[in-house]
Each structure stands twice: as structure tokens, then as C-alpha cells.
Write a protein that binds this ligand. Structure first.
Ligand code: ADP
Ligand code: ADP
Length: 235
């Protein structure tokens, strides 16, 4: 068994009369520290898989386990980043990065005790992604690529054991996207969190992941699992 295990999962949306079967008999296993990518056509159920693994929705059949526990609610050890950064415009970048600490128990308690440690952590993450000195800027003062860098910092601020990335580079221009791939590689090499990246960009999956799951069109199933650590140079 791995760090993230979905076994024989079925997920359908809506009531019995108008149900959409999104996932059917889906099984994946991601080991601790591994960087996995899930690729497949639009609408095949990639986001659904992410929501299952983070406990935002429950499967109709099958089991979902993270870190050896059956998932039965939001997974607090997970950090998440999506295609659209959606930072709060009235907060500075630093305060946006620190937001998860304020909303998610049990991080709130720790934040009130150790605020200065978390401010330093936020600043060091911003530096890691190339945003040193931008903590006091507001989101609207940052480019799209810079916002997505800050978004990655926000996903990492509570030192998650699991990082879930849902098309985080999808809205960026090609140059910025490839820059952020390198940033992502460096972050993973340094922090060693287990990562699941959802993307429809095969090149991105091959560049970043140790293991690639290929999904079929809806209802999504895994049609191929490929170990690709041999296929590319490591940083
Ligand atoms: P992907 O991320 O691969 O594009 P999604 O997981 O978002 O796929 O969606 C899988 C399928 O489930 C799609 O057909 C989508 O329209 C449908 N779907 C997703 N979310 C909902 C929802 N909340 N209600 C009904 N259908 C949904
Ligand atoms: P993506 O494919 O990039 O994940 P979508 O545009 O398919 O995003 O979906 C965006 C959001 O809308 C997701 O949270 C998804 O669950 C929801 N969604 C997608 N399809 C449907 C649908 N048919 N009915 C209700 N919600 C949906």
C-alpha cells in the first residue's frame, strides 16, 4: 500500500435520474515522497479524483486512504493549488500565502503561538519560487505567473505531507509555465512531499513526475500506469 490509495472507486454526480458516472473502478497508489501525474482528456474525472483524495467528496463505492487512514472528511495534511490562483485582492501576497494557517484547524493554534516562525517560512517559500521582496505587494500588482508562484507557496505553507496540483500551470504562457516546472522540481527535491499533479499536458507530466497515470475518457479509469524515472534527467 502507498501513501495515497484509491481502490476500485466509483463516483457519480447527481441523483439517480440524471447521474453522471465520472469515475468507474478506479485504482491508483502513490508512494510516500513520489511525484505522480494524472493525465487524461478534459472531463475524464481528474478533478474528481483530486476531490476524492482530499476528502472533499466521498466515493459511491471503493475506498480512499491517505497516510494509512480511510478518508472521511477534508484531509488536513494536504496542500492544494488550482489553475486559477484566486488570491484575496485585499490581502498582501504574504498574507495570502499565510491564509491556510488561519482557516484550517489545527494550524490556527500553531499560528497564534508561532506567528514569526510562519512569517519566516512564508518569506523563505516566496524566495524559493523567485518572489523575494514581493510579500508586501497586492495580487493585482503581480503577473499571472507570479500569482501562480505565490499560489504554490500558499499550498505549501502548512508543510503538507501531500501536495495536490490541479492544472496549476494551465493558464500560463509557455515560457512562464516551463519556468514554474523547474520551480516545482526544486521544491519537490527540497521538501519531498508526496505530489499528485493533474494535467492534460503530457510533456508537463513527463518533465515532472516519477509515475504517470493515464486515464480514459469519462467514465474515467486508469488505462496505463508508467514509471518514468528512467526516462528523463533528474535535477
Ligand atoms: P476533469 O477534471 O478531468 O476535466 P472532472 O472531474 O471535472 O473532469 O469531471 C468529470 C465529469 O464529471 C465531467 O463529465 C463533469 O462534467 C462531471 N462533473 C464534475 N463535477 C460535477 C458536479 N459537481 N456535478 C455534476 N457533474 C459533474
Ligand atoms: P476542470 O476541467 O479544469 O477541472 P471544469 O471547468 O470542468 O474544470 O469544472 C470546474 C468546476 O465545475 C469543478 O469544480 C467541477 O467539479 C464543476 N463542474 C464541472 N462540470 C460540472 C457539471 N456538469 N455540473 C456541475 N458542476 C460541474
Amino acid at each position: 500500500t502507498g501513501f495515497v490509495d484509491l481502490r476500485n472507486v466509483r463516483l457519480s454526480y447527481g441523483g439517480a435520474s440524471s447521474a453522471t458516472l465520472a469515475l468507474e473502478d478506479l485504482t491508483i497508489s502513490v508512494a510516500k515522497g513520489e511525484f505522480a501525474a494524472v493525465v487524461g482528456p478534459s472531463g475524464c474525472g481528474k478533478s474528481t479524483l483530486m476531490k476524492l483524495a482530499t476528502g472533499l467528496i466521498r466515493p459511491n463505492a471503493g475506498t480512499v486512504e491517505v497516510a494509512g487512514h480511510e478518508v472521511d472528511g477534508p484531509v488536513s495534511i494536504a496542500g492544494m493549488a488550482f489553475q486559477n490562483p484566486s488570491m484575496l485582492p485585499w490581502r498582501t501576497t504574504l498574507k495570502n500565502v499565510m491564509l491556510p494557517l488561519e482557516i484550517v484547524q489545527p494550524h490556527r493554534k500553531r499560528l497564534s503561538r508561532e506567528r514569526s516562525r510562519y512569517v519566516s517560512l512564508a518569506e523563505s517559500l516566496l524566495e524559493l519560487v523567485g518572489l523575494k521582496g514581493f510579500g508586501e505587494k497586492y495580487p493585482w500588482q503581480l503577473s499571472g505567473g507570479m500569482q501562480q508562484r505565490a499560489n504554490l507557496c500558499r499550498a505549501l505553507i502548512h508543510d503538507p505531507a501531500l501536495l495536490m496540483l490541479d492544472e496549476p500551470f494551465g493558464a500560463l504562457d509557455a515560457f512562464t509555465r516551463e519556468e514554474l516546472w523547474q520551480v516545482m522540481r526544486d521544491l519537490h527535491a527540497e521538501k519531498q512531499f508526496t505530489t499528485i499533479l493533474v494535467t492534460h499536458d503530457l510533456r508537463e507530466a513527463v518533465f515532472l513526475a516519477d509515475k504517470v497515470f493515464v486515464m480514459s475518457a469519462r467514465p474515467g479509469r486508469i488505462i496505463e500506469t508508467k514509471d518514468i524515472t528512467f526516462a528523463r534527467p533528474r535535477p
